[in-house]
Design a protein around this ligand. Sequence first.
Ligand SMILES: [Cu+2]
Length: 292
Amino acid sequence: MKSGRPELDAPTKLVGFFVGIAFLFLAALFVGDKIGPDAQATVATPHGGHATHDETAEVPAGLQATQDGYALELEQSVVESGPTAAVNFTIRGPDGAPLTNFDDMHTKDLHLIVVRRDLTEFQHVHPTRNASGTWSTALDLTRPGPYRLFTDFTPAGGENITLGAELTVPGDYRPQPPSTPNVTSRVDGYTVTLAGAVTAGENSIVSLTIEQNGREVTDLEPYLGAYGHLVALRADDLAYLHVHPEDGPPGPTVDFGVDAPTAGTYALYLDFQHGGVVHTAAFIIEVQEGQA
Ligand SMILES: [Cu+2]
């Protein structure tokens, strides 16, 4: 005669085992259902907030040499210092062939923006493309150092895209200390004043007022289809922002819509044409945190 706790017979143990497995399986399904899609849908942003998956998928422009099947290939990533340094590159399309069909953007097929890493050199040029799809230009690379090149273009029938690539000019590089914010820029006898706060995550309007010898300039000449062209870069990583010129008179004030993805320090470069010459005014601004 047995005493104490009765032992289960073998079939009962087996049933218990299968019930247990089934329970674990269901529990796993339940947990997976709870954390799976939600965990994917919510991704932490660099500043600790949360955004939907779709929003974080939109990486700022200019940080990649390859994006959406398009690739920027520099013929040389090291170029000797000089005032008219030859730079050649190719944009390859999703089929791997050099891209030769572009949609006109601000009157050009492609805009090449060149900055030195310490933000003290800026060039905006329009290279020429040969029949095989190779783009060529001459850059003023007198000052050695690391440079970033941005190609801003729209494939025919496609979306605007900005690819970025690194270029090094060997030599004695003495990076300038980070600039402090400035809303006044003096260039070639002009004084350009920036007004308007930029808020992260919003389309913010900045107004640039141009004076020459203390008098407001009201006869700006069209440049790239507007009375000015503005480039905005995030100082930390040289992310390239979307900037849209607003319609307005030929001075003294030109407005732009700026989309800054995050708070922090940004460099702004305004190209404007007056007296048949293109001038560039440079600014450093602090973008403020948006409403979460
Ligand atoms: Cu351009």
